[in-house]
Design a protein around this ligand. Structure first.
Ligand SMILES: Cc1cc2nc3c(=O)[nH]c(=O)nc-3n(C[C@H](O)[C@H](O)[C@H](O)COP(=O)(O)O)c2cc1C
Length: 377
């Protein structure tokens, strides 16, 4: 349902209310004066109840659809049969392995890692990696797990803690896959100095933050896909839950796709069509592995979007975030039309383009500091 159709259904709702009012008048026309006041009250209370139940049911259906979508994609809901890893697709498998390897990475990055920590992960992860390699081959993720386990093993060995099973697994995996490891990303932990941090942050970013505004007026100059890729790479440094990196960016750049996308969104009238690109920011629900993580997609998608907006700003591009406050049927048809997977939870759209030399921007005054900052005693 597009925004124009929304308006129609809204008008229909008003019509229903008006016609009930109209019928109320007719029904009560013949009722004696002494009764009509009381009956009208009952009639109105009945109507109010009917509408509140209708809205409540509608709301429940929306939440149910969200729940069903989470259950369709989150690996924790994929039924475990005899082989607990069997039914997962590559993305689901990767998410669960990332949770596990990152536990070890985090442990190794503590001020004083406890020798022998994370034993349950150390038992589980090699089995998972073997299954994963069997199903999808040795790739960057298998390699990251291998390096993390190697570093973990070394850490313990240096503290006189032996783990012969892990040693044997590392030896075997290295013999089979070691030769391509050099080409792939590695994991574990690495040193980082305060000096590095200080040197890279000798910038006053307050002016940079203050100069970003939502741009609602773009030139017809085209933004290269290289520039978009550069901004996305910058935004990839955004933290994400257990480093699962669930964010996905879909770039819409043909006139047809942009028009289609914007027709589903209710806040771009009068300016959306001037943007050169429309980005769809979403999070892959296959990245989340427990009920507690059911809302994590909004955090990961939102944080990635913010970094991306600043990255695009730093490259001289104008942006305007667009809400994705839509009901499930709108979300579904949007995804179908624009080939966005059902497993993606859309956080927002972002318009991107070059701005003209001079424009008006909305002032969008910020709240006073005391309204947002609460220092607890
Ligand atoms: C998630 C999100 C959704 C937004 N949706 C819209 C929208 O649909 N239409 C619009 O014109 N602006 C939209 N905005 C822009 C806000 O109005 C704007 O960020 C806010 O007023 C602050 O102004 P500034 O971005 O210029 O600092 C959205 C912003 C965010 C973060």
């Amino acid at each position: 349902m597009r925004s124009s159709q929304y308006k129609e259904s809204y008008l229909q709702k008003i019509n229903i209310k008006q016609s009930i009012k109209h019928w109320g008048k007719i029904i009560f026309a013949g009722v004696p004066q002494a009764w009509s006041g009381r009956l009208k009250k009952i009639y109105r209370a009945g109507l109010r109840y009917y509408y509140s139940q209708k809205d409540l049911n509608f709301c429940r259906n929306q939440f149910n659809a969200d729940r069903a979508r989470f259950e369709r994609h989150a690996p924790c809901f994929v039924p475990a049969r005899s082989d607990p890893y069997g039914p997962w697709d590559r993305q689901q498998f990767r998410s669960v392995m990332t949770i596990e390897y990152h536990r070890l990475e985090k442990g190794l990055a503590l001020p004083e890692p406890r020798p022998g920590f994370g034993l349950d992960t150390v038992v589980k992860l090699p089995v998972m990696v073997d299954k994963y390699i069997e199903k999808f081959g040795f790739d960057d993720l298998a390699n990251i797990c291998l390096s993390v386990l190697e570093q973990y093993f070394q850490f313990n060995q240096d503290r006189q803690i032996a783990n012969p099973e892990l040693e044997a697994w590392i030896g075997k995996t290295n013999r089979i896959h070691g030769h391509i490891r050099g080409e792939l990303q590695t994991g574990g932990s690495h040193p980082f100095t305060k000096q590095e941090l200080v040197e890279s942050t000798r910038l006053d970013l307050s002016g940079f933050f203050a100069s970003r505004h939502s741009i609602r007026n773009f030139t017809n100059n085209s933004v290269s896909l290289d520039l978009i890729s550069q901004a996305v790479q910058m935004a990839q440094f955004t933290p994400s839950v257990c480093n699962r990196q669930a964010a996905r960016i879909s770039v819409l750049h043909t006139a047809e796709d942009k028009e289609k996308a914007l027709s589903y969104q209710n806040g771009n009238r009068g300016f959306g069509h001037t943007a050169d690109k429309v980005l769809v920011i979403s999070s892959n629900l296959k990245s989340y592995n427990s009920v507690g993580e059911r809302n994590q997609c909004w955090i990961d998608g939102g944080m990635f979007a913010m970094s991306l907006v600043y990255a695009l700003h730093s490259l001289g591009l104008g942006t305007c975030c667009l809400n994705w406050c839509v009901e499930n049927d709108v979300d579904r048809s949007f995804k179908q039309e624009l080939s966005i997977p059902d497993s993606d939870a859309i956080a927002m759209l972002i318009l991107v383009g070059y701005m003209p030399d001079k424009i008006q921007v909305a002032t969008s005054r910020r709240k006073h500091l005391e309204e947002v900052l609460f220092v607890h005693n």
